[in-house]
Design a protein around this ligand. Structure first.
Ligand code: ADP
Ligand code: MG
Length: 372
């Protein structure tokens, strides 16, 4: 059954009506440009053909009812009570955070039934949270008849996720999901949030989820952010992307120098990838170089991710790299024999008493759009 039919069934069985507006909101993969967003640098994400689908139908009684196939039970609250509420808990803090953000901006919302179905895995680094927020934001716009530009929608869902969702996030996920065009990556310059569409010559990539999450993960991310801030401060620049490598070499200790070198080299790699894509050249070597830099200079990889990258190259990938914050999570593999790679990883992970990585093949065709 396709997602639209699943959503139809959910509405039918639980709300006893059909959805008036249906939005399909994609996940995203970051091709290259890791740990650069909070350093005012460059990234190159694209939207994928895995979606969170959000349906909505207005109600006259001022009640909001929320239901997701991936969560338990219907959550109900009146608009009146929502206005008096701080941030809520559980998954509903995301959709309700969008309501709260829009109401605070004076937009006219009312009661409604909201249903969510999805084939985008949660917590796998493909940004299901931002996909959910973007889907709800656009659904409310279409349903209650107000206009927001794409960049306004990005601001709204970014505020909703960081303030009401309780996760201090950069802008990468929101911008990638709202602003990407099908078969294009979005080059984002985080110094001013300007963007550029870059055509992609490949239709699919493989994401190997290591299913490993090391306990250092959350703290490690915060620590790297702090180290980058310290380096920028010592170099007297507003963001690390404005530093010069020779200056960093003269003024910083080894650790801060290597963090700076990752950020500056990663920004250059994003620019080189954009140039190469425009010339129709393969970009795999830059992905693999990005991984080496994340492993050696930024020190956010782990042995499981390194193993997947090495095996991917062995099985003919043109490039591979860890994606996301690090210390576990997924590896992006460009080209090669994904089936043979899966089989080999199964053997090697089992030999280390680990569950084998899960592979997801995603296409570059995702876009945020109304489908009904
Ligand atoms: P990621 O964004 O990488 O998938 P997060 O931890 O940021 O991981 O977001 C996952 C959370 O987003 C889930 O725990 C849930 O609260 C919410 N979420 C995502 N997709 C759905 C969905 N289809 N239905 C309900 N909640 C969802
Ligand atoms: Mg997320």
């Amino acid at each position: 059954m396709n997602l639209t039919s699943v959503l139809g069934k959910l509405f039918d069985e639980n709300f006893n009506r059909s959805a008036e507006v249906i939005i399909r909101s994609p996940g995203r993969v970051n091709l290259i440009g890791e740990h650069t967003d909070y350093n005012g640098g460059l990234s190159l994400p694209f939207a994928i053909d895995r979606y969170v689908m959000v349906g909505i139908s207005r109600r006259v009684d001022g009640q909001i009812r929320l239901l997701s196939n991936d969560q338990n039970g219907i959550f109900e609250i009146s608009i009146e009570d929502l206005l008096k509420s701080p941030a809520l808990g559980g998954w509903v803090r995301y959709p309700l955070g969008v309501f709260q953000t829009l109401i605070a901006r004076g937009l006219p919302l009312g009661g409604c039934d909201v249903g969510v179905v999805s084939d985008l895995p949660m917590g796998a680094g493909l940004s299901s949270s931002a996909a959910l927020l973007a889907g709800v934001g656009l659904a409310l716009m279409e349903s209650f008849g107000f206009e927001l530009s794409k960049s306004e929608l990005v601001e709204v869902i970014h505020f909703a996720e960081s303030h009401y969702g309780g996760s201090p996030v950069g802008y990468l996920d929101q911008m990638a999901i709202v602003q990407s065009k099908a078969n294009h990556a979005l080059r984002i310059d985080f110094s001013d949030k300007s963007t550029l569409d870059v055509g992609l010559p490949f239709g699919e990539v493989a994401i190997f989820d290591s299913r490993v999450k090391h306990s250092i993960s959350a703290g490690g991310y915060g620590l790297r952010r702090r180290e980058c801030e310290e380096a920028a401060q010592r170099l007297g620049v507003a963001s690390l992307s404005l530093a010069s490598l020779s200056d960093a070499y003269d003024k910083l200790d080894d650790l801060h120098y290597r963090r700076t070198r990752h950020v500056l080299n990663e920004n250059s790699r994003v620019s080189r990838v954009v140039d190469s894509l425009r010339k129709g050249l393969d970009v795999g070597i830059y992905l693999t170089a990005s991984h080496a830099s994340l492993r050696d200079d930024f020190e956010v990889s782990c042995k499981e991710l390194d193993l997947i990258v090495d095996e991917a190259l062995h099985f003919g990938a043109s490039g591979a790299r860890m994606v996301g914050g690090g210390f576990g999570g997924s590896v992006l593999v460009l080209g090669g024999d994904w089936e043979a790679l899966s089989r080999s990883l199964e053997v090697k992970f089992n030999a280390m008493s680990l569950v084998e990585p899960k592979v997801l093949i995603v296409s570059t065709t995702g876009t945020l759009q109304r489908v009904a």
